[in-house]
Design a protein around this ligand. Structure first.
Ligand code: NAP
Length: 233
């Protein structure tokens, strides 16, 4: 067991919830962040209740809400050791045609996927500096290849750059920075056109996250790309 504290954004389902379950089994105390209280609270109960897992509602694009959560964690548990900036959204887009989500919806996609992890980093890195902790970001295999008309992919390219910029700034602090880039994962966020494609289980990604944080303190796993066998992109 460890009393280390692990904060996960987008923790209520999918990859975030799978990481929370593995981290709880490894002995971490958890801070579960998302916008919808019900599933967050159910997961916190499952993982041991308020002494082991706190459910906190915050939108990752809301600076005041994020910093409020971090301040509360430092007040209640006096430390923050690991952060996974994982909250993200996905919609189908086209630049040429009129298919996919209307442009009015694109702002939320960009804010959640780019502004969100940037704010999460800024809100948590001062605490991670104190503990020589570990920041992980959920990017995507789509953040290293190009797909026609895909704004989601462009947001994940931004996350790739963000992780590198954060690591460069933190290089003398002892903070570790890991970018996790999954291929297709079987969660609610995959588009209908890809439901029959080869997929990872969310727990496969959680295993990769626990691998990175389980390395000795002098080992900084900078990037993990994990795709299902048979994924073409
Ligand atoms: N599934 C895939 O194939 C795949 C592949 C590569 C990368 N990813 C990335 O993995 C991450 C997790 O995705 P997932 O597949 O697990 O999706 P998911 O099942 O839809 O889960 C998304 C999580 O993010 C939360 N969330 C969404 N917007 C938020 C916001 N503005 N503020 C706070 N929380 C927010 C959601 O809860 P609320 O809605 O209640 O807030 C939920 O907990 C994302 O960054 C995604 O881009 C997914």
């Amino acid at each position: 067991m460890t009393d280390q504290v692990f904060l996960i954004t987008g923790a209520s389902r999918g990859i975030g919830a799978a990481v929370a379950r593995r981290a709880a089994a490894a002995g971490y105390r958890l801070v579960l962040v998302g916008r919808t209280p019900g599933p967050l609270e159910a997961l916190a109960d499952e993982l041991g209740g308020p002494s082991r897992a706190l459910a906190r509602v915050a939108d990752v694009t809301d600076w005041a809400a994020l910093t409020g959560v971090v301040a509360e964690v430092e007040r209640v548990w006096s430390r923050l050791d690991v952060v996974l900036a994982n909250a993200g959204a996905s919609v189908v887009t086209s630049f040429l045609g009129d298919g996919g989500a209307p442009p009015e919806d694109w702002r939320d996609l960009v804010l959640t996927n780019v502004h969100g992890p940037a704010l999460t980093a800024r809100a948590t890195l001062p605490a991670l500096r104190t503990t020589k902790g570990h920041l992980l970001l959920t990017g995507s295999a789509a953040g290293r290849t190009v797909r026609p008309g895909n704004l989601y992919s462009a947001t994940k390219w931004a996350v790739t750059g963000l992780a590198q910029a954060i690591r460069a700034e933190c290089v003398d602090t002892g903070i570790r920075v890991t970018l996790v880039q999954p291929g297709l994962v079987d969660t609610e966020s995959i588009p209908p056109s890809r439901v029959d494609d080869p997929k990872l289980d969310p727990d496969d990604v959680a295993a990769a996250v626990l691998y990175a944080i389980g390395q000795p303190p002098h080992v900084d796993v900078n990037e993990i790309v994990v795709r299902p066998v048979g994924q073409r992109h």
